[in-house]
Design a protein around this ligand. Sequence first.
Ligand code: MN
Length: 243
Amino acid sequence: MNRRHLLASGLLATAAATLPGLCPAAFGQAPATAKEFFKLAPLPYAPEALEPHIDAQTMMIHHGKHHQAYVTKLNEALATLPTAPQGTPEELHGWLSNLDAVPEKIRTAVRNHGGGHFNHDLFWNSLTPKKTEPTGDLARALESAFGSEEAATAEYLDKGGKIFGSGWIWLVLDPKKKALAMTTTPNQDTPLAAGHVPLLGVDVWEHAYYLKYQNKRADYLKAVANIINWDVVAERYAKALKA
Ligand code: MN
């Protein structure tokens, strides 16, 4: 070791001794975070897979930053509970279905960030680069509820376009499990709170489309109609009828 190295290591040692947080080994490491009760799952396809309907940059920011922030903030709120939650999808589903039963100090966080996590998970898995169509029982249920698939799409475009501010447009099964319906929720509220079973959800926050579509929300809604994963929607419908 030459003089220069000795001097450099001495300076580092002095700095580390003076400022405990400045230990060289700590550089480049992520700061300690709250426990990850819930985790962000990877996208079920590549971020560019939905182009040209949704662009890769929007997907990366939407999933990696916005969705991640809901997960992080949910975990931070849960870390304040005296007993650790299980962190299962069933647990989150239970909270969102009965928010009044959630401890008051975390209720708003569960509603907003827990709702954000639930809604986005459902959204990513509602989309696919493959072309799919509603078939079988689902196609019949759509026709019975809306008159035709075209009429269902028209109602989706109309109601989605009319959401004031940020929210979601949903295809749901009603609480009696009799009929499909098109509903909307504000912010990150979920259809679960009203007893509806969400079969399909489309994010109508500006962060979902602004980079590519700017103020043209109708164009975004039309584009998303091309990449709906109707196979997944049919699975959710069949599962809901059996439950
Ligand atoms: Mn979003």
